[in-house]
Design a protein around this ligand. Structure first.
Ligand SMILES: Cc1cc2nc3c(=O)[nH]c(=O)nc-3n(C[C@H](O)[C@H](O)[C@H](O)COP(=O)(O)O)c2cc1C
Ligand code: SF4
Ligand code: SF4
Length: 431
């Protein structure tokens, strides 16, 4: 069995699976049950100044039979008194000294406010702090959460203020509601962050009831934007994690969050640079015990790969993620259909005919039976037919040996610039 322990910027935990700051980590009772179930760490539900929550605050996007394809919430930070939370954190840490307890914090962007809360929380014995600059609703209207997390200057200053008072590692949790996530990641690093975590939730409106015309959810007939998370956001989160991981100016450990539902998702985030992962929606949907399968699955995966430690996979796919301009324009794949296993549903033909490159022919064999064949010389390798095919493995995308040497767009443009020496733009066009 592989070693699943992680060390994220000095925070150690028995495995890489942490519960994210959210309803599952609201109380000591819950966090202790989570640790008993096997979670390696927990980021306590965000502490800050007292708030009032609305009733009716969650909604899910059901898609094609999946109950929670996406999850939307308009909940704010903890609505329990700070003293109660601190007492429970102290008791939980005492009972579970080897598990990671990180406490999420959100206060007004004022130096004294950050100093005060950091000192109070660290006094009860925590393994680290997470600064919540991501909550997209309610707190943002008060200048906190995403409102301050969207401004690099404020991210930097607040991180610095927290760091001035902190003795434990400080993780900065980033909002995805921004064009370039690396701008705030770098700001956090300038402020002294020991690590970053991402993503928090994405601005969203779960839906509109077409009979009552109310928003989903609504609070007495009115709705507001919420935060989106769950499986639907995973590709967005994964990209943002990868973007931070490959940016040399970020350069701090990453805690990956967003749509992680099983060990496979966790492995993907770790391959893309996350030292560990955090989970919220999947735990809310299925309960704490999902971590058992996560641990088993990760162990089996590492054993099959012959890896001794989970840290061996961290960042392994990062060098394979780049800008579009660095992709080889001469690399080519084509679709091939296995007529033996094809069920003749015709979906691929329609997809290619209506919305791609019209290169799947319907042919008739010597017995009069129709079959499909890809005209490889016209296939652009878009993958659409393989995506829509309902039978796994019937359509394979096969690499075609090219005659031209690899050439990226950037290399091509550089070659053109050299040829024209940057003097004659008309000549450039002609090339
Ligand atoms: C109901 C709910 C409440 C949340 N509250 C907080 C919070 O208090 N602090 C915080 O940093 N993130 C909060 N989050 C965001 C999660 O910690 C996490 O970043 C997000 O849900 C993405 O992970 P997931 O796709 O696994 O759910 C909340 C999420 C949900 C669904
Ligand atoms: S890969 Fe794209 S272009 Fe090629 S056959 Fe399939 S749908 Fe058509
Ligand atoms: S979509 Fe798949 S199963 Fe359907 S006709 Fe095409 S190859 Fe056959």
């Amino acid at each position: 069995m592989a070693d699943l322990r992680i060390n994220l910027a000095g925070i150690v935990s028995p495995n890489p699976f942490w519960l994210a700051s959210a309803p599952p980590t609201n109380t000591g009772y819950q966090v202790q049950r989570a640790f008993e179930a096997g979670w390696g760490g927990a980021v306590w539900k965000t502490l800050g100044d007292p708030i009032i929550n609305t009733s009716s605050r969650f909604a899910a996007v059901h898609f094609n039979g999946q109950r929670v394809a996406g999850f939307n919430n308009i909940e704010l930070i903890t609505d329990r008194p700070l003293e109660v939370n601190l007492k429970e954190i102290y008791e939980t840490k005492k009972k579970f000294p080897n598990h990671a307890i990180i406490v999420s914090l959100m206060v007004e962007p004022k130096q004294e406010k950050w100093h005060e809360i950091v000192k109070k929380v660290e006094a009860v014995g925590v393994d680290g702090l997470e600064l919540n600059f991501g909550c997209p609703h309610g707190m943002a209207e008060r200048g906190m959460g995403a409102a301050s997390g969207q401004q690099p200057d404020l991210v930097e200053a607040q991180t610095m203020w927290a760091k001035e008072a902190a003795t434990t590692p400080v993780i900065v949790k980033l909002t995805p509601n921004i064009t370039d996530i690396t701008s705030t990641a770098k700001a956090a690093v300038r402020g002294g962050a020991d690590a970053i975590s991402l993503i928090n939730t994405i601005n969203s409106l779960a839906g509109v009831d077409i009979d009552t015309w109310h928003t989903i959810p609504h609070v007495g007939g009115k709705g507001s934007h919420g935060g989106y998370c769950g499986p639907a956001v995973k590709p967005i989160a994964l990209h943002m994690v990868a973007d931070c991981a490959r940016n040399l100016d970020v350069g701090v450990p990453i805690s990956g969050i967003g749509g992680i539902s099983n060990w496979r998702d966790a492995v993907e985030f770790m391959l893309m640079g996350a030292t560990g992962v955090q989970v919220c929606t999947a735990a809310m949907h299925h309960g704490f015990r999902i971590v058992e399968d996560m641990i088993d699955g990760l162990n089996n995966y590492l054993d099959e790969k012959g890896l001794a430690s989970v840290s061996d996979i961290v960042g392994k796919s990062v060098p394979r993620y780049s800008d579009w301009g660095n992709l080889d324009l001469n690399y080519a794949v084509v679709a091939q259909i296995d007529t033996e296993t094809c069920i003749s549903c015709n979906k691929c033909h329609i997809a290619c005919e209506d919305t791609s490159h019209q290169c799947i022919d319907r042919l008739t064999d010597e017995n009069g039976a129709t079959y499909l064949k890809v005209r490889e010389e016209d296939c652009v390798g878009c993958n659409l037919c393989a995506i829509v095919c309902p039978v796994e493995g019937v359509i394979s995308m096969v690499e075609v040996a090219g005659t031209d040497a690899p050439l990226t767009w950037n290399e091509r443009q550089a070659a053109i610039a050299k040829l024209t020496d940057g003097k004659d733009s008309n000549k450039k066009e002609a090339v």
